[in-house]
Design a protein around this ligand. Sequence first.
Ligand code: UDX
Length: 447
Amino acid sequence: MNIAVIGTGYVGLVSGVCYAQLGNQVVCVDKDPGKIGILNAGGIPIYEPGLREMASANRSAGRLTFTTDLAGAVRGSDIVILAVGTPPLPSGEANLAYIDQAACEIAEAMNGYKIVAVKSTVPVGTNERIARLIRSRTDQPFASISLPEFLREGSAIHDTLHPDRIVIGADCPSAGDTMVQLHRPLTERIVVTDIRSAEMIKYASNAFLATKISFINEIANICEKVGADVTRVAEGMGYDQRIGPAFLKAGIGYGGSCFPKDTHALIQIAGHVDYEFKLLRSVVEVNRDQRFNVIRKLEAIFNGELRGKTVAVWGLAFKPNTDDVRESPALEIIRHLVDHGAKVKAYDPVAMSNFRGLFGHGGGVIWCKDALETARGADALCLLTEWDEFARIDLGLLRQSLNRPILIDGRNVFHEESLLGTDFIYYSVGRPSLNQGAKEQMPVLQF
Ligand code: UDX
């Protein structure tokens, strides 16, 4: 099939490359000539393992092109997939300006029947609004499709090529059939439904996953107080098929471009129909507070005084295998430390420049080049993103680097066995603290 994908952000670019990989003829469009320049030179403007290689193979095979010419791309395609951003407005609602603009440009370029599918995450009713916009600008026939995307950053290619399900919201059965054919090579589990339900599936799925995370984080907080181990609790819960093991990893809360945005947006969507989504409000509140789990531990260790302490931070991305720092808990944690007079040394294997861009270049943070340099001379080390590199660190060398052997593991990366024989004072999330062989008195945490 001939496909135009509008928007070369995460969703657009990965989807475009994967549709080409399936043997379709794909043109990816972006307004930003800088991005298209990078793509046409064989580069990739985002960090996603395996994407560059797959894009390059499909370009060489002549199935994948990149352009700023939206009109030309639309004219040459049967299916137009909208994958532009819907960033949050200050109110939490999704900003639909890019979607509206792209819809108008598509309408003006149309030269015959097109299927217009929306992959961007949009509030319920947006596909109908897009259809109205297009209809008001052209007499050409088209069908609207809602095509929500469930890929995760860092495993986006795998998620796209091996999805748990495909959801297709269609107002026209023949367009629905075409989309089923397009996705059939990926999975048998294709849910074809009405457009509003498809739009809702995306928000409901992300809200549910966010709920699982906040739930296990609250269980972890209780585990800390009652002396239980949340990893064993999650394991014991996860074997129940009705619960499942996924998204039960306690930590410092979720970040990224989707969960924070989509939970807020769903609260707003409910509010517009006079429904208060109380459960989801609590999920968001729990998540906002969970990052302070690390701060509370540091404050307890330093008797409430962060001023003058050197704190090393490992991990700035909102999760491993991505350079994305949007809504990363590290932003607020480091800001709090700096505002309270601590000297922060920070490091991430790939997200340093994005983080510095978002955090600003103010004082108080020393940006380091590797994990051990970051730890050197620190009074405590906080692990905020579970990169493999940190899990594999030589604990002997780490101990030598640190001024005090205090390790606060916000992602439960280390295990009791690996710390045996060391004098680390170790705090994790929802697990008993450890101080085997510690020369120092273990501070008693009370929060
Ligand atoms: C998410 C959804 O998984 C995906 O389906 C949707 O399309 C976009 O949003 P993504 O934001 O890339 O994907 O990351 P994901 O792997 O889901 O993790 C989100 C956040 O939750 C991360 O900050 C991660 O650290 C956190 N998380 C995840 C936990 O704290 N515990 C878990 O058990 C799982």
